[in-house]
Design a protein around this ligand. Structure first.
Ligand SMILES: *Cc1c(COP(=O)(O)O)cnc(C)c1O
Length: 498
């Protein structure tokens, strides 16, 4: 902060007019803290923002998405600590030094918007949602009340409604954007439990019997985290086997539900995954909905990854039956390319989000306000401050129209392309444990080499009894056929000696 202070009384200079105040005020120091001073030189701040914007455009947008540039500039943690000079000191630095720090931060960051970044379930540069992020950062709205965030509260409402329409909830529902799909899954579990045992809200876990939920072995790890956090317990998450394609086996689900009941436990929820993290598989939602209906279980669909298919005429059959879900998690920051984060939790019941989470803080959610307080959505949320994430999706949709057809058409079964690279030395080995053991070590070495070269980023993992394989996620329409060819050539170049 010190660098903004033009006047420091200890230097004996005369006070200047703060452009924000009509009265001249003299800075005073109280307990080493400067008060009443010109803490912010507005023209200088504007100039600094201008200069940094130029750097952002040049380095974080243009260069970051230029295929001729590197995806990453790998440094070890120790090297990077050295380079970044991380220590925070008492004295401030000049703006030019700070601008250099901005450049360095960009330089050593991974360019997830680069056309050759295939490592994660998000990628690509989307200008409209990026600008929406900038605007939201500049305005610092927080979505607890209409009073503080009138525009963004209404935008969130509009976006949620549209998403519910795509899910097929003709009667509408409720929802909230939040800090991640993991959190959406946690919301779902909490609501499902509240639906089963509403007394828990007031009386805690002692008000509930032993509750059990069901999910496939391919589900996202946040499901077990939520069970741990909510006091359900990870052992009460019954894992249902999946078939070879990664889809939940229905007869196995039935068996697990029966088993839980015969143990005297209370089944309360099934989590179906639409687009699994590794294989991109879709659980058969319609059939799972039948089972849930039969046993009176809450159906949550984790469509964080696969929800985007709802926007594609060609692919929405993958989520057939999703309109029967009680709740849905869907991350537009993944396949739909909105800037991180942009995660919606949607629930078919219109009141439970409020009933389950409200605590009625009277300093924020006054009931005698002068406007329609149904727009004060903050009490439905677990967070207090909340970002205007829906704005990113909204602006992008406004700009592109039904973005879906734009982005979603080029999904194969789904965009997880999983493959082994078999180096020439292993070509003649027969299928068996020896091949698997050797193959297991290939992808990690190639990954190390690709990151040190910086030419591209593709993830790898083992899966069940399968040795390490590459999982290439193709999302961005900025990816060309040449980029795809490049990946295969580059993997061969990096791994042919193994
Ligand atoms: C990405 C993902 C999540 C987690 O979402 P975050 O926003 O990263 O917390 C949950 N479930 C599935 C299926 C996902 O693909």
């Amino acid at each position: 902060m010190e660098r903004h202070v033009k006047e420091n009384p200890s230097e004996g200079q005369s006070p200047v007019t703060d452009p924000g105040h009509s009265v001249k005020c003299s800075p005073v120091v109280i307990d080493d803290v400067l008060l009443n001073g010109t803490t912010l030189d507005i023209p200088a701040a504007e100039e600094f923002i201008h200069q940094s914007m130029a750097i952002i455009i040049e380095d974080a947008v243009k260069k970051a998405t230029d295929v001729r540039e590197k995806v990453c500039e790998w440094r070890s943690p120790d090297q990077l600590k050295e380079l970044l000079d991380l220590e925070l000191r008492d004295g401030g630095e000049s703006d030019s030094k700070i601008l250099q720090r901005c450049r360095d931060a960009i330089r050593y960051s991974v360019k997830t918007t680069h056309p050759r970044f295939f490592n994660q379930l998000y990628a690509g540069m989307e200008p409209y949602s990026m600008v929406a992020s900038f605007i939201a950062e500049a305005l610092k709205p927080s979505l607890y009340t209409y009073e503080i965030a009138p525009v963004f509260t209404l935008i969130e409402d509009a976006v949620l409604r549209k998403m519910m329409e795509l899910i097929g909830w003709e009667e509408g529902g409720d929802g909230i954007f939040n800090a991640g799909g993991s959190m959406s899954n946690m919301y779902a579990m909490n609501l499902a439990r509240y639906n089963h045992s509403p007394d828990i809200k007031e009386f805690g876990l002692s008000a509930a019997p032993r509750l059990v939920m069901f999910t496939s072995q391919e589900c996202h790890y946040s499901v077990s985290k939520a069970a741990a956090l909510l006091g359900i317990g990870t052992k009460n998450v019954y894992v249902v086997p999946s078939d070879k394609r990664g889809k939940m086996i229905l007869s196995a689900l039935e068996n697990k539900i029966k088993a839980a009941k015969s143990e005297g436990a209370f089944p309360f929820m099934v989590n179906a995954t639409a687009g699994t993290t590794v294989l991109g598989a879709f659980d058969p939602i319609e059939e799972i909905a039948d089972i849930c209906e039969k046993h009176n279980l809450w159906l949550h669909v984790d469509a964080c990854w696969g929800g985007a298919a709802l926007m594609s005429k060609k692919h929405k059959h993958l989520l057939k039956g999703i309109h029967r879900a009680n709740s849905v998690a869907w991350n537009p920051h993944k396949m739909l390319m909105a800037c991180l984060q942009c995660c919606a939790f949607l629930v078919r019941d219109k009141t439970s989000l409020q009933l389950c989470h409200s605590s009625g803080a009277s300093y924020l959610f006054q009931q005698d306000k002068f406007y329609d307080i149904s727009y004060d959505t903050g009490d439905k949320s677990l967070q207090c401050s909340r970002k205007a994430d829906a704005f990113k999706f909204w602006l992008m949709w406004k700009a592109l129209g039904s973005i879906a057809r734009h982005y979603a058409y080029f999904m194969p079964e789904f965009s997880n392309v999983c493959f082994w690279y078999i180096p020439p030395s292993l070509k003649n080995l027969p299928d068996g444990p020896e091949l698997y053991e050797k193959l297991h070590t290939v992808a990690p070495v190639i990954k190390e080499r690709m990151m040190k070269t910086g030419s591209m980023m593709v993830g790898y993992q083992p899966h069940g009894d399968k040795p390490n394989f590459f999982r290439m996620i193709v999302i961005s329409p900025q990816v060309s056929k040449q980029d795809m060819d490049f990946v295969l050539d580059e993997i061969h170049r990096l791994g042919k000696d193994l």
